[in-house]
Design a protein around this ligand. Sequence first.
Ligand SMILES: [Zn+2]
Length: 85
Amino acid sequence: MKKTTVYEDRAEKRERDRKRHTVACPHCGKPVLDHMEECPYCKGKLEPTVYTPLSDARIRKIRIVTYTVGGLIAAGIIVYLLFFR
Ligand SMILES: [Zn+2]
């Protein structure tokens, strides 16, 4: 049986994780991380597999929620200043 230390196990795990998140650059073939949009070696454009930009619908939803919450807080502050001082 192969004897490994805790540190070797961790190094192996790190290596596996690194390989799992690595893809070959379609332009130069070097390993690049799968979330990168540009190859650090040849500056070629990459298609990120993990990260996808927010869709317009999702941006709109987030904006509505943010404005609503912000508006309610602002209204609460105004009401407090007008009536409870
Ligand atoms: Zn490249």
